[in-house]
Design a protein around this ligand. Structure first.
Ligand code: CMC
Length: 424
């Protein structure tokens, strides 16, 4: 905390400093002292919690997990290691990492009864609809890890969620294509196992392509956590009432699904396909700039980044690696590169500081690997689960934690008397 205060009327409000980043004004006593609320729809100026997990400097395009830059983690680390880091605060020793990876691998199977739960869905159900349902339903199966006051149970629930998400997502895919579910194979890596459960079939062995495995693992790292975004805030808000962890993560999945958040990767690839060829790019840029047209360039812009999203830089490089390995030449990638260049040189995008975000290139890579567009957001949910559970654990362990309960600026009718239906 600094010695600074903000004076409003007769009252002083302390200014708090974090380890890095903007100071915050502590307005917890604001209503008690003034009888007024603050008004901040969309929370553009509101810090909702104290957190030591992830730091973003949107102007500089910086993203740190527990202090480590995302570029270094994407280049040198693994998703399992980043998961350990987010959950525990420090990078693991070799032994700690082995033990953590082993623990996760021991939780990869789903209760067998859950397989029948899938059969209640239509075959054309969106994987995110299935994931909302199945993850919420986990609380009906794993009663021994729903006591949120017990740190041990919280950790088991966290491990279960991280471990089971690939199985749940792969089963959603298998269900949609009418192929049998594949059980996990725990001698594979976290990501290799997911690839096999998704693309393997019982009739023949599945060989994990190490370049694809590495690229997908990197995509998981890039999506692991992102500070207090909409879905993470949803998880925290749901958790603040004491709801069980599986219900909270199901709430996060529901929020992530929206096209302004995790659904943007699906929307971005659909848009690139719609554009189809470089000659049509100016038409779409003009539409994005037209105030009377609701169209936006999907995969562009970010609430926090007013600079190049550092995750997009890694993504662009990963596209090239995957395309080379799989010998893919996709006109959509050419459209993406040219669209990026044209938008980055357009005064509208420059003035509004609209840069490509993580979702601009992720769809291009995932589609080259073989995932249908409907699976993109499911993969985002899989990876973000570690961030959600780490943030949820941090919140529950915080002695100052309270139920989240925003207030409002009421603009509805003032009190009036009920009129019986026959007299209206
Ligand atoms: N294309 C065209 N114009 C845009 C775009 C875009 N993609 N994004 C923002 N703008 C304009 C917007 O019209 C507004 O203009 P004006 O000031 O004249 O009204 C201005 O830029 C500010 O936009 P905003 O909607 O007030 O900004 P926001 O911070 O509320 O929204 C956003 C951020 C991500 C929802 C928005 O940029 C957007 O809708 N982008 C497309 C969807 C997308 O790619 N989402 C993925 C985000 S990254 C993944 C994740 O973390 O979930």
């Amino acid at each position: 905390m600094t010695d600074a205060t903000l004076k409003i009327g007769d009252h002083d409000y302390p200014v708090l400093s974090g380890s890095v980043g903007p100071d915050v004004v502590d307005i917890r006593k604001f209503y008690a002292k003034t009888g007024m609320f603050t008004y901040d729809p969309g929370f553009t100026s509101t810090g909702s919690c104290e957190s030591g997990l992830t730091y973003i400097d949107g102007d500089e395009g910086v993203l740190l997990h527990r202090g480590y830059p995302i570029g270094q983690l994407a280049e040198q680390s693994s998703f399992m290691e980043v998961s350990y880091l987010l959950l525990n605060g420090e990078l693991p020793s070799k032994d700690e990492l082995d033990k953590f990876s082993y623990t996760i691998s021991r939780h990869t199977m789903l209760h067998e009864q859950l397989a029948t739960f899938y059969r209640g869905f239509r075959r054309d159900a969106h994987p995110m609809a299935i994931m909302c349902g199945v993850v919420g339903a986990l609380s009906a199966f794993y009663h021994d890890s729903t006591d949120i006051t017990d740190p041990q149970q919280r950790m088991i629930a966290s491990h279960r969620l991280i471990a089971k998400m690939p199985t749940i997502a792969a089963m959603a895919y298998k269900y949609s294509v009418g192929q049998p579910f594949l059980y996990p194979q725990n001698d594979l890596s976290y990501t290799g196992n997911f690839l096999r459960m998704t693309f393997g079939v019982p009739a023949e062995p599945y060989l994990v392509n190490p370049v694809v495995e590495k690229a997908l693992d990197r995509i998981f790292i890039l999506h692991a956590d992102h500070e207090q975004n909409a879905s993470t805030s949803t998880v925290r808000l749901a958790g603040s009432s004491g709801a069980n962890p599986f219900a909270c993560i199901a709430a996060g999945i529901a929020c992530l699904w929206g096209p302004a958040h995790g659904g943007a990767n699906e929307a971005a690839l659909n848009m690139l396909h719609e554009i189809g060829r470089p000659e049509r790019i100016p038409e779409f840029i003009a539409r994005a700039k037209d105030k009377n047209d609701p169209f936006r360039l999907m995969g562009f812009g970010h609430r926090v980044y007013k600079n190049y999203d550092p995750r997009a830089t890694v993504m662009q490089q990963t596209v090239r690696e995957v395309f080379k390995e799989l010998n893919v030449s996709n006109p959509v990638f050419e459209v993406a590169l040219q669209l990026e260049e044209m938008a980055l040189n357009d005064p509208y995008f420059i003035e509004k500081k609209l840069f490509p975000n993580v979702d601009f290139y992720s769809g291009v890579i995932l589609s080259a690997i073989g995932f249908p567009t409907t699976m993109f957001t499911a993969l985002f949910a899989l990876a973000r689960t570690v961030g959600w559970v780490a943030q949820w654990n941090e919140m529950i362990s915080d002695p100052e934690q309270k139920i989240g309960r925003p207030r409002q600026l009421y603009t509805g009718p003032t009190q009036r008397d009920y009129v019986p239906v026959g007299q209206r």
